[in-house]
Write a protein of this length. Structure first.
Length: 285
């Protein structure tokens, strides 16, 4: 794709930041966004246009923001929604507001950006819409069930969008990384804790996840800059993406590769064990 223009949300850190910088290294045009654009001044110094943008804003506000973004370079060819965070806490401990806020950013934010961006992507007749799923799109984890639910939803959303948008030349892709060394697990940053603490969950799997995430934090196997290079390659048909179609699911990291294979084996085992029961619920006529 010649002369791509990337519109990226959640660009203040992690994948959004790395993808923005990688695109600029290749002299691609970038419109980087964050809730407070002051936090992405370094991306402006790297040559990106920067904007304040809250993915949970109302429909009229987001429509105006995308119109403004499109006017910067006269088009948008790639939309990458990287905004998101983790809510840690057992479901019983998590309030309605805490769970809603997680979905509002991670899922409804993706929907909001999709709806606001589609008129501009459709105008290109060859464009890319990408959201972020996760290893959490495939495997449930106690203690972060709200986050898992959002990532399952985002992967399902994107997989459904792929055939819906294909007639307009828009390739929809959900990027599904394993554990990468970003700020996602930093406590108090992109990982927040439910305000309520229920002692009954102490010493259970839902609580033990806290120590596991702390242990993984800043020691994750995945290299986010290496992933950003792959993402840009795949979405521009260059490097490792040359001669390949953009996949509906772009899986990144050897840990998620192993996790998905295990999920497939477990699912196959479940279906084989229950097949004789499963088929008994069909009509006989």
């Amino acid at each position: 794709m010649s002369d791509p223009v990337f519109f990226i949300t959640g660009a203040s850190s992690g994948f959004g930041e790395s993808i923005s910088l990688e695109a600029r290294k290749r002299n691609f045009k970038v419109i980087a966004t964050a809730r407070r654009s002051a936090k992405i001044a370094h991306l402006k110094e790297a040559g990106a246009a920067v904007m304040d943008l809250d993915v949970t804003a109302d429909e009229a506000t987001l429509a105006a923001k995308l119109e403004e973004a499109n006017s910067i370079y006269g088009k948008i060819t790639h939309v990458i929604n990287a905004a998101g965070y983790v809510l840690e806490g057992a479901i019983e401990e998590s309030s309605n507001n805490e769970i809603f806020d997680t979905f509002n950013t991670n899922v409804f934010g993706a929907v909001n950006i999709t709806r606001a961006a589609l008129p501009y992507l459709r105008a290109q007749q060859s464009s890319v819409l990408a959201h972020f799923g996760s290893l959490a799109s495939w495997n449930g984890m106690p203690g972060v069930a709200s986050y898992n639910a959002t990532k399952w939803a985002v992967s399902g959303l994107t997989e459904s969008l792929a055939p819906e948008l294909a007639p307009f030349g828009i390739r929809a892709c959900v990027i599904e990384p394993g554990y990468f060394r970003t700020a996602l697990l930093n406590s108090g940053g992109h990982r927040i804790h439910s305000a309520r603490h229920i002692e009954a969950y102490d010493n259970t799997a839902a609580r033990n996840i806290h120590g596991a995430l702390n242990q993984a934090d800043n020691k994750q196997l995945g290299n986010v800059d290496a992933a950003a290079r792959v993402i840009i390659d795949v979405f521009t048909g260059t490097g490792v993406g040359a001669g390949r179609e953009i996949p509906v699911r772009l899986v990144l990291g050897s840990d998620i590769l192993a996790g998905i294979k295990e999920k497939m084996a477990d699912t196959d085992k479940l279906l084989n064990e229950w097949e004789s029961v499963i088929i008994t619920t069909d009509h006989k006529d």
